[in-house]
Design a protein around this ligand. Structure first.
Ligand SMILES: [Mn+2]
Length: 287
């Protein structure tokens, strides 16, 4: 079963707006099939314009964000949970308005937030409640919400696929899924194969990020295990390149990127895509 290759707009822009609609046509020329639109600055996002441009170019869409400081669904503070709820609902609406069916990312907690203890059941229960509300809103609009586990330096709440699956169960809504990122898996998982297979039944997206977030194929991620896991699990959804070549300074700081990851965006995407397509083809995942 073939997967579809997407790319995150942060390869080319630090801030999505109508000034960056050219990226839609650009990625079609590079041979990509879908664009991941960041919703970090929702007021700059014009869903009708994106929908029209993507439709004309034959490009699929998905959206993502990392909830910012002060908008943590797991927070003890009710105002903070309220701000998280507002951000999630707004993101779901934008996704539906642009014709997307997947909204994903760090949606269960605020990126970079540290607490001075280990997370406990109550933290997950609060996050699950906020996520369940957003998921019910999303279900009416045909949108699935993905939970992306990220590494211990960027989140205290969900670092592994197993934790994401448990949070999904706790929220109890069928349109909540899981989103893998190989960069984070490289830090947190025992291996790449088993967590990938276990995620597939609820998998909505995969960030194919190298161990140093540079050009895929040049680091230490076990790509054979990743694609073997996707193939054995029967995944036929989207996979995507994610790097932060042109991300905002705030996003680079949040992801601890202090040096250039590639000579330029097009090189990262061209070389990375060629490598990843080859690795995927080995396991029958390319049409
Ligand atoms: Mn990611």
């Amino acid at each position: 079963m073939p997967v579809r290759f997407a790319v995150h707009a942060y390869a080319w822009t630090s801030s999505w707006s109508n000034d960056t609609l050219w990226i839609v046509d650009h990625i079609a020329k590079l041979g990509l099939e879908a664009l991941e639109v960041p919703l970090m600055e929702p007021r700059l996002v014009d869903p009708a314009a994106i929908r029209a441009r993507a439709g004309a170019a034959g490009i699929g869409l998905l959206t993502s964000l990392a909830l910012p400081e002060g908008a943590d669904p797991a927070a003890e503070d009710a105002d903070e949970r309220g701000r998280a709820r507002t951000r999630l609902i707004e993101a779901v609406d934008l996704t539906a308005e642009m014709g997307g069916t997947v909204f994903t990312g760090v949606v269960y907690s605020a990126i970079g937030k540290r607490i001075d203890r280990r997370p406990v059941d109550a933290d997950y229960e609060r996050a699950a409640e906020v996520l369940a509300g957003a998921a019910r809103h999303a279900a009416e609009r045909g949108v699935t919400i993905g939970l992306e586990p990220i590494n211990r330096y960027e989140s205290y709440l969900v670092n592994t696929v197993d934790q994401a699956l448990r949070l999904r169960e706790l929220a109890g809504e069928p349109n909540i899924g899981v989103h893998l990122d190989t960069y984070h898996m490289n830090i947190e998982e025992d291996d790449f194969y088993a967590p990938t297979v276990s995620a597939v039944p609820h998998l909505v997206h995969v960030h194919l990020s190298e161990s140093h977030r540079g050009i895929p194929g040049r680091g230490t991620v076990d790509w054979d295990a990743v694609f073997r896991g996707l193939a054995d699990g029967g995944y036929d959804g989207m996979v995507g390149l994610e790097s932060f070549v042109e991300a905002s300074e705030a996003m680079k700081a949040a992801t601890y990127i202090w040096r250039p990851l590639a000579p330029d965006s097009d090189t990262l995407v061209r070389e990375g895509l060629a490598f990843l397509r080859g690795a995927a083809a080995t396991h029958g995942l390319v049409a």
